[in-house]
Ligand binder design. Structure first.
Ligand SMILES: [Zn+2]
Length: 76
């Protein structure tokens, strides 16, 4: 039961997992490495990266059912 994996990328500098947000994928906010000794900032240009768009689509597909599930559990 590990369907709810977080979307993200490993930091190119230190390898720390950087969780992705929709805002970041849309270019509204850069991703920052959570490793405070590194703090590499990743700017993802969705316009020039088809891969990011695919990740975004996957992200939305995966988060939508998760939110539904949460609601179902909450109303129980
Ligand atoms: Zn890093």
């Amino acid at each position: 039961m590990t369907q709810n994996r977080p979307t993200g990328v490993p930091c190119p500098n230190c390898g720390t997992f950087i969780p992705m947000t929709v805002e970041g994928l849309l270019g509204a906010a850069p991703f920052t490495c959570p490793n405070r000794a590194c703090e590499t900032t990743l700017h993802i240009n969705v316009e020039s990266s088809r891969g990011s768009l695919e990740i975004l689509e996957k992200f939305e597909r995966e988060t939508a059912p998760a939110q539904k599930l949460k609601k179902t559990f909450g109303s129980r």
